[in-house]
Design a protein. Structure first.
Length: 228
């Protein structure tokens, strides 16, 4: 792995910040001063230090999972297996970025990077999430405007939500927060009932259509950077 990437992965800021550390002659690999950001580190065997302090390598992982129904976004449950059972990894510290109900399918991010998870799920920047929703009754289009205005759900005023009607009984709904059963409760508010729910997008990141239910893949660097 390139040294600038290695440093960025280990909490030394961006790759540009890492380059500055290298320029300042603060980065060593096995007692050799590193002068180029393109230097390749052997993460298994090399000893890297910054300002004389040794770095213990922490590999951050970022997965996109196509969650199937029947799995739960929690570490343990009596009734359902955890989505983490679908991920074949040695990393024991994985967390799910936000939650989907057991019967909801689609895009779920899983990582061991707590800051990333916080940024995506609860950060200051609102990240819209788009759901494909199938309904028991025809969608009443009067609610397009109602949802855009923000509705009260319990004691909370929801942020504007955007509806795209696909067929009389299927819509795309984009919401900016993730309250408990939010989509199902919004449809209830519109005198309707969700019969199928699938998350398609988080911010600009869309579910990779080549992933079958239960499959996952690493996010690319560009995809991770969508949430910077
Ligand atoms: N809204 C819901 O009602 N359920 C989900 O799983 C996600 C959003």
């Amino acid at each position: 792995m390139r040294i600038d990437k290695f440093l960025a992965h280990n909490g030394y800021g961006s790759r540009n910040d890492a380059k500055k550390l290298i320029k300042a002659k603060l980065v060593m690999v096995n007692d050799e001063l590193v002068t180029k950001a393109t230097y390749i580190v052997d993460i298994e065997n090399d000893v890297v230090s910054v300002d004389m302090e040794e770095i213990e390598y922490f590999e951050k992982v970022y997965y996109m999972l196509n969650k199937p129904a029947g799995y739960i976004c929690s570490h343990e449950s009596k009734n359902y297996p955890s989505v983490l059972d679908l991920i074949d990894t040695n990393h024991k510290d994985l967390i799910m970025v936000g939650r989907l109900d057991a019967d909801t399918e689609g895009l779920l991010l899983v990582t061991n990077d707590g800051q990333f998870s916080h940024r995506v799920a609860h950060g200051k920047k609102e990240i819209p999430k788009t759901y494909y929703v199938e309904l028991e009754e025809d969608f009443n289009e009067d609610y397009i405007e109602v949802f855009e205005g923000g509705i009260m759900l319990d004691e909370f005023l929801l942020k504007p939500a955007y509806t795209e009607v696909l067929t009389p009984r299927s819509i795309h709904l984009t919401i900016s927060e993730g309250r408990y059963h939010q989509v199902k409760r919004m449809m209830h508010y519109a005198n309707n009932q969700v019969t199928y729910l699938n998350r398609r997008k988080i911010g600009h990141l869309a579910l990779d259509e080549s992933l079958a239910f239960g499959e996952y893949r690493d996010l690319s660097e560009e995809e991770i950077a969508l949430f910077d």
